[in-house]
Design a protein around this ligand. Structure first.
Ligand code: TPP
Ligand code: MG
Length: 436
């Protein structure tokens, strides 16, 4: 099979030549007209409400097909099973993971409004094709780093639904023993190296994880160590310095990392088109010497094709890739957000492109599954999510002594008193009488 990357929007770094040279590079990204986001020059911003006129229309007019390989296969897919993008087993696994992400988040909304969760809770509805498309291709040893919108990344990577739900409930059986909560999913066992509440904070951690893989393989001579790291973050985060610093380091050291940008067009209430000098994020890859790829993030088949190629490159030691997935969140920024800023027409436009509905259609039309098989998966996941809630609800709260655990490397003098006991166990602790 020819490389999907050869056909997708990918630009290799320019040769180092003077712009005055008559010997021009064949493919100059700065000269290639892009239909992405429509023509940026046509935008008219309404200064009162911070919304570009018809952003979804302008943006969607430009979704770039991921690859001719994908298109060709899709066209032929009715005629022969061998032309399909995935096997029946893979398709069922993908469908199950998409459904798990959606049902889990819907349940979180219910539990949040019933007062079972604390703090901010950011849901992933609408963006499932990105998590599933990438993470289901990973090995257990590969790492995933996320943001505060992290539940579904953890689930795709195999953290049990009950451990994620318990974490959200703040219970000891949670994947961080209830100490992390919604924005800080972590599982050493599954190599989920954290959700991070400060935007951009996870990118250097991911870069470090990728450096570890390379160091183990090349310096410690662990030949089997071909582990790959995925860093997930949003469009708004791409205007932070850590993003640029890490692109530089990853390209310089050819690290096995994929920077996965989930461009959902909004950073809380700030439109991406209004906040970013050049909204085509993928272009920043070639600027640092790595491929930049742009994919329709509402289509799990396309995301998966791009992911395969990027993960393969990283595993072969060919270095990092920047992938911009155009996606959309179906709910407000967090469950505390009334979501009044976004245009209802924009929301309806993306709702009609629901990645789960589209994939279900693909499975049925291509006879990869019938309605009954998919229904059975939905029923099974419903039970998994319900069981996760029951488990979380029945689990114990952490003891008071856990409050100061993992806060100080050596808690003596801070969390632990001269008697060797945690100060927070002293009944007077909260009255401000304990000596610290
Ligand atoms: C360093 C830092 N600055 C500001 C914030 C406040 N903040 C929380 S979410 C957010 C927007 C991020 O948008 P994006 O990266 O597009 O992610 P999305 O929420 O769309 O998934 C901001 C600015 C923060 N968490 N961290
Ligand atoms: Mg965003």
């Amino acid at each position: 099979m020819s490389s999907a990357f050869s056909a997708i929007k990918i630009i290799q770094p320019l040769p180092l030549k003077s712009s005055r040279s008559s010997d021009k590079p064949l493919f100059d990204p700065f000269r290639t007209p892009s239909s992405f986001l429509g023509s940026i020059h046509k935008f008219r911003f309404n200064s009162l409400n911070n919304t570009p006129s018809s952003p979804c229309h302008l943006r969607r007019s430009a979704v770039v097909a991921v690859s001719d390989v994908v298109k060709e296969k899709k066209l032929k897919s009715n005629s022969s099973l061998s032309n399909l993008l995935m096997t029946k087993e893979e398709g069922l696994e993908v469908y199950e993971d998409l459904i798990l992400g959606r049902y889990f988040e819907d349940m979180c909304a219910q539990m949040y409004y019933r007062g079972k969760m604390f703090g901010f809770v950011h849901l992933y509805n609408g963006q499932e094709a990105v998590s599933t498309g990438f993470i289901k291709l990973l090995k257990k040893e590969d790492s995933v780093i996320s943001t505060y919108r992290d539940h579904v990344h953890a689930l795709s990577k195999g953290v049990p639904a009950r451990a994620v739900m318990s974490e959200l409930f703040g219970k000891t059986t949670g994947c961080c023993r209830g100490q992390g909560g919604s924005m800080h999913m972590f599982s050493k066992e599954h190599n989920v190296l954290g959700g991070f509440a400060f935007i951009g904070e996870g990118i250097p951690v991911a870069t470090g994880a990728a450096f570890t893989s390379k160091y183990r393989r090349e310096v410690l001579k662990e030949e089997g160590c071909d582990h790959v790291t995925l860093a997930f973050f949003g469009d708004g985060t791409c205007n932070n310095g850590q993003f640029f610093e890490c692109l530089n380091m990853a390209a310089l050291w050819k690290l096995p990392i994929i920077f996965v940008v989930e461009n959902n067009l909004w950073a809380i209430g700030m439109s991406h088109l209004r906040a970013t000098s050049d909204p085509e994020i993928w272009k920043k890859g070639p600027a640092f010497g790595m491929p930049g790829v742009h994919v329709d993030g509402m289509d799990v088949l396309k995301v998966r094709e791009v992911a395969k190629e990027a993960i393969g490159r990283a595993r072969r030691g060919e270095g990092p890739t920047l992938v911009e997935c155009e996606t959309y969140r179906f709910r407000g920024h967090s469950l505390a957000d009334p979501d009044e800023l976004r245009d209802p027409a924009e929301k309806a436009h993306y709702a009609a492109r629901d990645p789960i509905t589209a994939f279900k259609k693909y499975m049925i039309e291509n006879k990869l599954a019938n309605e009954a098989e998919l229904k059975a998966i939905e029923k099974k996941i419903e039970e998994v999510v319900e069981e996760a809630v029951e488990f979380a609800d029945a689990s114990p709260h952490p003891g008071r002594s856990q409050l100061l655990e993992n806060v100080f490397a050596d808690p003596k003098g801070f969390g632990i008193g001269p008697d060797g006991r945690y100060r927070c166990e002293d009944p007077k602790f909260t009255q401000g009488t304990a000596h610290v």
